[in-house]
Design a protein around this ligand. Sequence first.
Ligand SMILES: NC(=O)c1ccc[n+]([C@@H]2O[C@H](COP(=O)([O-])OP(=O)(O)OC[C@H]3O[C@@H](n4cnc5c(N)ncnc54)[C@H](OP(=O)(O)O)[C@@H]3O)[C@@H](O)[C@H]2O)c1
Length: 426
Amino acid sequence: MSAPLRVGVAGLGTIGGGTVRLLRENADLIAARCGRPVTVVAVAERDKDHAASVDFGDAELLDDGLALAERPDIDVVVELIGGHGGIALELARRALGGEKHFVTANKAMIAHHGQELALAAEKSGVTLAFEAAVAGGIPILKAIRESLAGNRIRRVYGIFNGTCNYILTAMRDSGRPFADILAEAQALGYAEADPTFDVDGVDAAHKTAILAALAFGQRVDLDAVRTAGIRDLAPVDQVVAAELGYCVKLLGVAEDTGAGVVTRVEPCLVAADSPIARVDGVFNAVVVDADFVDRTVYQGRGAGAEPTASAVVGDLIDIARGGGWHAFGVPAGRLEQAKPAETALLSSAYYLRFAPNDPRGAIAGIAAALNEAGVPVANMFSDRAPGSVIVTTGTAQGAAVEQACASVAGSMALAGTPVRMRIEEF
Ligand SMILES: NC(=O)c1ccc[n+]([C@@H]2O[C@H](COP(=O)([O-])OP(=O)(O)OC[C@H]3O[C@@H](n4cnc5c(N)ncnc54)[C@H](OP(=O)(O)O)[C@@H]3O)[C@@H](O)[C@H]2O)c1
């Protein structure tokens, strides 16, 4: 058997602990599959409780992850600390600059600094790998980079945030409001104490930007991802969606329109009989539409110690077998500057919910505003929830719908901004 691949793990929290456990529990199987052992030589952890809760065998315990980048007895640094800058980024720069392979689950860092890190890896002749950064245990980056590499991809979309999917599923199934379910998700450990990144769509935007880079050979462009979250949604949205044969999901979408790539994260109505509508709770799903393979659908656990560790260890195994792939599928210097297309120009049917003081009295004004903006009305309900007028439209440009909503908001008193969701026909 060849010499071991020597690994240093920075951060022994949820994912670091899971990764070390997987490498130890399945050590024989991994060694057999790689033709060499994958051995954790050193771990670094700042939190003493986390360190004490992980069995890292004979590995040396350090209290600062940065030290791993300097050690000559380490081939791969695994960063499982988190944060898009700070220590994680410094560790990435030092490890790659020091000709060590670098594996991370850190979507925020890759979304902000992916291009720079991919260039650094190529300059040093090492591998940068981040399968765990998108959809946890689902091997979607490898599928796009390798198995689907012969295809021209039209669209990648899916459910990339388990916290939001848990909340939306529970709103649908229990009829309870967003705030109640968020509190429950926090108690169950499905949502962070500060849920902003999840419920405002930022986490899904990181993943969408990374998927767009891989699918379309463009630089990661987080700023181009039009992002909306789920805070304003109410149980009635799921009730009316179900009545019409749909289900509400927070989707990340990266799509080549021919005039540029649209990237967006927003709650949408998806057909209740589509594969993605049936992905509930904390599960994630990714759908890839491509020219030769047509549609492929991937589903699984998008977070948590074990599924995410599975992805981290998959990257380590690939490196142990030789590594050497381009992080975004093509040499980083050849990634094109993204040509973002304007989402407002996309056309679709829409679901709209307004909260006027006098719903019955508001109907005529809402209908007139939509008509004036050229947005056809398909259904209008003023009796589904107290204080709400709900409209579904025919196909219209996003810009026209936005204009109609602004006109309604300017012409009558509304509680909150109108809820606006695309009705997707994927
Ligand atoms: N949790 C998931 O399900 C999941 C899924 C996919 C991807 N990820 C990504 O995986 C990464 C890790 O997430 P996690 O949930 O495992 O986080 P976590 O549980 O908070 O673990 C991170 C650990 O790193 C430690 N740390 C901080 N600075 C350090 C330093 N300078 N040297 C050594 N250790 C240091 C932290 O200690 P302190 O507590 O003292 O700061 C903490 O124990 C993040 O990038 C996250 O986005 C997580």
